[in-house]
Design a binder for this molecule. Structure first.
Ligand code: CO
Length: 148
């Protein structure tokens, strides 16, 4: 009986189509204070997920800095406010902020960075946003993080 169940379980695993999960995404930010996407899809089966950020502009970090911060949608505005207080020395992210699920460092024109985080930090179907926490950017440079 036990052997039968084990075999059935094995067969069902083998029947799953061999579709490789997409476990990273590249987001571009520009000198016009825009990201090139309004959505990041995170597949929880990845275990770890990487967000690459490419600043395609030319303006220096002090004038047009971009990062990618991921929080629950409900936390975004408060996290952004605290980020402004935290200032550029902290890449505009309050240190040890538990509401921040993941964030990249802050980059300027021509620079790139990335962050890798465990997908356990996200719940499937949860309401998450990504945004740039540079002062004044969060309301425009933002989108949804869709967890599946
Ligand atoms: Co920005």
């Amino acid at each position: 009986m036990f052997a039968k169940v084990t075999l059935a379980a094995l067969l069902s695993v083998m029947a799953v189509p061999a579709m490789a999960a997409q476990c990273d995404v590249t987001v571009e930010g520009n000198d016009a204070m825009q990201f090139n996407t309004k959505e990041i899809v995170v597949d929880k089966s990845c275990g770890e997920f990487t967000v690459n950020l490419v600043h395609t502009g030319k303006l220096p970090v002090a004038a047009m800095g971009h990062n990618v911060v991921i929080t629950k949608a409900a936390d975004k505005q408060a996290v952004a406010a605290d980020a402004t207080t935290a200032g550029p020395d902290n890449d505009y992210v309050k240190p040890n902020d538990d509401r921040v699920i993941a964030h990249t460092e802050l980059v300027g024109g021509g620079e790139k960075t990335s962050v890798t985080f465990k997908t356990d930090a996200l719940e499937a179907g949860g309401d998450y946003d990504f945004f740039c926490s540079f002062p004044g950017h969060w309301a425009i440079m933002t989108g949804k993080v869709v967890v599946k």
